[in-house]
Design a binder for this molecule. Structure first.
Ligand SMILES: Cc1cc2nc3c(=O)[nH]c(=O)nc-3n(C[C@H](O)[C@H](O)[C@H](O)COP(=O)(O)OP(=O)(O)OC[C@H]3O[C@@H](n4cnc5c(N)ncnc54)[C@H](O)[C@@H]3O)c2cc1C
Length: 436
């Protein structure tokens, strides 16, 4: 008997699950169902365009996709092209690996004004995610406020302030490059509610902010403590404490740095929480409240200040899109270490919420593979792939195979202006036209 498994989503967690399943059981047929024609989830649509090395992990996923036991079904959406019940009827196991792509709203007065754009949308726009191709962010602004201090906020600040020369060898979409490089942006503000030592930057990415051609980091030294406060240090693992100390040292370096003729500034502002978006129909500024830390939490002091800007990008977290028939809580699927119920599993960000790096999704795949084998054994003889093919054909759904994706990839690579590695298509019809 062959165990049949459908994995929904082709991001890191989907591929790690396929990899683990193949290691755990020989006689298995794995179908990876992906709503976009293009695979790899946030590796393509989230990871910053100037961090090409981070994307190299996709080569490992490609090996998995090429295994004869695996088939890639691109351009097929769970919920629109096929329902969960139908999939569960034809596969022994279904794994949800659909990520968390919905921006958590700010939840303050005025956050519905034009010019407030969640970071998933903004990053998706500059990275060529078709859902955000027509976002048209208001970049006619000298200042941008990014709410949140983490790696994604740093990505956005960097992409907005790097020069065309610094972005030439990246896969920033051409329409985003044109819009960003024509924008009059001078100041990008990153706001954190708590103290500098609470921010979770990767140190390499943080340091990069001090090495940009035309952009300098700006920081108020009064916001920095000489070392990580003892009570907070006691809550951290040795590894996290080392990282936090490195970040604090980098921020001290930034505070002492001279802008040296650079015309753009990235302001790291801590102890500040957004309270209101200012303006009429569209954003004209943001009102921030100064905070102080009590028991590890930020509490408002009542003292406010305003920053004039026409674009506000909240980078404060994401929710998963609910899936019909799956219990949800706190923006992700309810599960026990990934098991929703026997035969139905969650991995990656829809399982754990939006945290960690690419590699953090790997243990989810291992756990899911073990649970699937525990619950489903060698399979119950369900038809799997053959029935999916029938369903898709009967419903006239155009599937993009892995070979098709490789043709799209070749077209993107050959359209690139060197040294850019590729010129991404931003619309699904453009991708499908390559195949016609
Ligand atoms: C902006 C940003 C930048 C990041 N940069 C880095 C970085 O530099 N380094 C790093 O280590 N980590 C980075 N991360 C974290 C990393 O990307 C995540 O840990 C990882 O992508 C999560 O994997 P996932 O498989 O759960 O979700 P995703 O990568 O989001 O994959 C989910 C997939 O499911 C598909 N899907 C969704 N709904 C459906 C549906 N209904 N039907 C079919 N398919 C569907 C989506 O199209 C997508 O392909 C970044 C995250 C973000 C948001």
């Amino acid at each position: 008997m062959t165990l049949s498994v459908a994995i929904i989503g082709s991001g890191p967690s989907g591929f790690y699950t396929a990899e683990s399943l193949m290691r755990t059981i020989d006689d298995v047929e794995i179908d990876i169902i992906e709503k976009l024609p293009t695979p790899y989830g946030l590796i393509r649509g989230g990871v910053a365009p100037d961090h090409a090395k981070t994307k190299n992990i996709a080569r490992t996923y490609e090996k998995t996709a090429r295994d004869p036991r695996v088939r890639y079904y691109g351009n097929v959406t769970l919920g629109a092209d096929i329902g969960l019940e139908a999939l569960r009827g034809i596969y022994d196991a279904v794994v949800l690996a659909t990520g968390a792509a919905v921006d958590r709203p700010l939840g303050i007065p005025g956050d519905g004004k034009a010019g407030v754009l969640g970071v998933a949308a903004f990053v998706g726009w500059y990275n060529g995610h078709p859902d955000f191709r027509d976002l048209d962010p208001p970049l006619d602004t000298q200042a941008v406020a990014v709410i949140g201090v983490g790696n994604v906020a740093v990505d956005v600040a960097r992409v907005l302030t790097k020069t065309p020369n610094e972005m030439a060898a990246t896969d920033l979409t051409d329409y985003a490059a044109a819009a960003i490089h024509a924008a009059p942006i001078r100041d990008v503000y990153m706001f954190g509610r708590r103290a500098p030592h609470h921010a979770k930057f990767s140190n390499v990415e943080l340091r990069e902010m001090g090495q940009l051609e035309d952009s300098a980091p700006v920081l108020d030294p009064a916001e920095l403590t000489p070392d990580v406060p003892e009570d907070f240090a006691a809550t951290l693992s040795d590894r996290d404490l080392r990282m936090t100390r490195r970040n604090l040292a980098t921020l001290h370096d930034f505070a002492a740095m001279e802008p040296a003729g650079r015309t753009k500034r990235v302001h790291f502002r801590f102890y500040a929480s957004p309270v209101e978006i200012l303006g009429g129909d569209r954003v004209e500024g943001i009102r921030m409240e100064r905070t102080r830390i009590e028991g590890g939490r930020a509490v408002g002091t009542g003292e406010t200040f305003d920053i004039a800007c026409r674009l506000v990008i909240p980078a404060i977290g994401y929710y998963s899109e609910p899936v019909d028939g799956v219990p949800f809580e706190s923006g992700r699927s309810r599960n026990r270490d990934g098991r929703i119920e026997p035969g139905l599993y969650a991995v990656g960000w829809i399982k754990r919420g939006p945290s960690g790096v690419i590699g953090s999704n790997k243990p989810d795949g291992t756990a899911a593979a073990q649970q699937i084998v525990e619950d489903c054994g060698a399979g119950a003889g369900k038809p799997g792939r053959a029935a999916l093919d029938n369903h898709l054909q009967a419903n006239n759904i155009r599937v993009v195979s892995f070979d098709d994706w490789k043709r799209i990839e070749v077209a993107e690579e050959s359209a690139a202006a060197p040294p850019a590695p590729r010129r991404k298509f931003g619309r699904v019809p453009e991708m499908l036209a390559v195949l016609d």
